[in-house]
Design a protein around this ligand. Structure first.
Ligand SMILES: [Zn+2]
Length: 143
């Protein structure tokens, strides 16, 4: 690949990783603030003798925490993908399909700079995942 183009992708990946890391760190600082708030809420709840209203709040809070963890995990997953892409830039394998070794079309890389597979192999991989899931589901039905 054209070294200038490669550098452009590297800059884009670094900027994107910085943005994602900032988002994950914001989540972490929110997590630190939550326990203090929760314990004062709990004290209030005990002082008021408990209310069914508060139980609903707890359920909402738990749901939000689970959602936050899911978002956090997907952000971390993306950071890992970007790290892998940067590693491939460093070792000169960036832009090649991990399965067939053919170059990944530039348009695809521009849309998704951390792509590791060409369009054909990506489609195959998705098919395999779907088949695997279907296989697991049918096995569960037999049991
Ligand atoms: Zn391929």
């Amino acid at each position: 690949m054209d070294p200038e183009k490669l550098e452009e992708f590297r800059q884009r990946l670094l900027a994107e990783r910085g943005r994602l890391r900032a988002e994950v760190q914001e989540d972490v600082s929110n997590d630190v603030a939550t326990p203090g708030m929760a314990s004062s809420d709990h004290a209030q709840w005990e002082a008021s003798g408990g209310s069914s209203n508060h139980l609903a709040d707890d359920a909402t809070e738990l749901f939000l925490q689970e959602e936050e963890i899911a978002i956090d995990n997907s952000l971390r997953g993306m950071i890992t993908e970007i790290d892998n892409a940067l590693e491939r830039i460093a070792n000169g394998t960036y832009g090649k399909c991990e399965r067939c070794g053919k170059p990944i079309p530039l348009k695809r890389l521009e849309a998704r700079p951390f792509s590791t597979l060409c369009i054909e192999d990506k489609a195959k991989e998705e098919q395999e995942i779907a088949q695997h899931r279907a296989g697991l589901a049918s096995r569960q039905n037999i049991v």
